[in-house]
Design a protein around this ligand. Structure first.
Ligand SMILES: [Zn+2]
Length: 173
């Protein structure tokens, strides 16, 4: 059986700024009102004959939404972003978060931003494609601790109404 959670109606949303380095129009810092849709297939099981308890899905996804909400999302492994004082060996989310502010360059453009205003992600891009994969992998990691009845987990990250990306992780055939 398939269960779904609709992000707009279930309030799985976040508003964040991001940029796609090198892109004509998306290379500038801009924002989206994102929402996250979920689809999970599995066998019904357990005390209540659920596929998954909706509470588990929503609390896990909401946690990620809250981490991203009202932040500038920075994908730290993008090859065009060079962080001051960090090289490829020292760059990590953890090390960046230790700073009060971070400075980075994208080509000729330089930025200095308080760390509290940012959410660093261990990704190459902050596109809907990468964010949907990030959400899916986090949700799967959380659900796999409690469930062994699931066939796939699929998460869609929408950049507002009308455009988004879906990443589907198959857990068993
Ligand atoms: Zn965008």
């Amino acid at each position: 059986m398939i269960i779904t959670v609709n992000g707009i109606n279930a309030n799985l949303r976040f508003s964040s700024a991001h940029f796609i380095p090198g892109h004509d129009s998306c290379g500038f810092i801009h924002g989206h009102s994102y929402f996250v849709d979920i689809e999970i297939e599995g066998d019904r099981s357990g005390e209540f004959d659920f596929v998954v308890d909706f509470k588990d899905i929503k609390s896990s996804v909401n946690e990620i939404c809250n981490e991203l909400d009202h932040k500038l999302i920075i994908p730290i492994f993008h090859e065009m972003i060079s962080f001051k004082d960090f090289d490829e060996n020292s760059i990590s989310v953890e090390n960046l978060e230790k700073r009060n502010s971070v400075s980075f360059k994208i080509g000729e453009k330089g930025y200095t931003i308080p760390t509290n205003d940012c959410k660093f992600l261990p990704l190459k891009y902050s596109s809907a494609e990468e964010l949907s994969k990030y959400f899916t992998e986090n949700l799967v990691e959380y659900l796999e601790k409690k469930y062994n009845n699931l066939n796939y987990v699929s998460v869609g990250v929408n950049e507002g109404i009308g455009q988004g990306a879906i990443f589907k992780k198959i857990l068993r055939d």
